[in-house]
Design a protein around this ligand. Structure first.
Ligand SMILES: [Fe+2]
Length: 273
């Protein structure tokens, strides 16, 4: 099926965006399946996947208890402290493996582990739903301020301290909290180099972009950048470790690595499809 070009900038000469000698519908553009969900654009180039609505339904259903579909429309991207990029000298899959488990928390993230303790983590997993990770209790206060970000209106009052972090197959890592949401997505540049992109959203434009919350946004930005930076060393070490002649394929902890093992199954199943 061919697609129709939406825009043809300057095609008729500078500042002439249309041309009667060019038909937007006969450009040979190939239509690809795409879907926008939580401000992320998902693309399935080779049409080998189920409809995205079905793909995402299990995660949508899981998160309905925290934020209703209507509440999700409240997310606003922060233009000042909404984005950072880290470069990892490793395969993108190591970043996902790492995100799926909390095993490394006390040693790699001692600061984070002081208010989001390993003992409070629970696994999130389940085939064939291609998301897995961790839920946890986040003890407050995380920030040096009496000011608090506004929360999602229907987030349950008795679960205000719950946060969930899941990797959504293939290359997106998500985090939801009562007062912010992030998507940490991976750009695999080659088999041993990955660009990591963090996008942070808040509840409403005031929280996301006003001066009033700027200091709080800065603290949250620095918190997440610090945590993600701490992971670089170990995921790059995992890449180096694969080169060892004594590497045996690795071992999983039957108690701690279950969500990571799910990710391995998704990769294996997709490679063997
Ligand atoms: Fe980590």
């Amino acid at each position: 099926m061919s697609g129709k070009l939406i825009a043809t900038p300057h095609i008729g000469g500078m500042n002439k965006h249309n041309c009667n000698k060019f038909s937007k519908s006969k450009s040979g553009l190939k239509e690809v399946r795409s879907y926008i969900w939580l401000d992320l654009i998902f693309v399935n180039l080779n049409k080998n996947e189920i409809d995205f609505e079905k793909y995402i339904k299990p995660l949508n259903d899981r998160w309905k208890k925290f934020w209703s579909l209507k509440d999700r429309d409240l997310i606003v991207y922060s233009k000042d402290y909404g984005y950072f990029n880290l470069n990892a000298k490793c395969n993108w899959k190591f970043a996902i493996e790492n995100y799926c488990e909390s095993y490394h928390l006390p040693w790699v993230h001692p600061g984070l582990n002081s208010y989001s303790k390993i003992d409070d983590h629970y696994h999130i997993q389940g085939l064939p739903n291609r998301f897995a990770g961790q839920g946890t209790v986040v003890y407050n206060p995380r920030f040096k301020s009496n000011l608090k970000f506004p929360s999602f209106p229907n987030w349950p009052k008795d679960q205000e301290q719950i946060a969930e972090y899941v990797a959504l197959f293939p290359n997106v890592m998500l985090g939801i909290h009562k007062d912010h949401f992030y998507a940490y997505w991976l750009e695999p540049v080659n088999n041993e180099y990955t660009k990591e992109h963090m996008e942070i959203y808040y509840v409403g434009n005031e929280a996301a972009n006003s001066k009033k919350f700027k200091s709080l946004r800065k603290q949250n930005f620095e918190l997440w950048k610090g945590v993600q930076f701490e992971d670089l060393n170990i995921i790059e070490g995992m890449q180096d470790g694969r080169k060892s002649p004594s590497y045996n394929g690795g071992n999983f902890s039957p108690a701690m690595d279950n969500p990571t093992h799910h990710f391995h199954k998704w990769v294996a199943n997709n490679i063997m499809k």
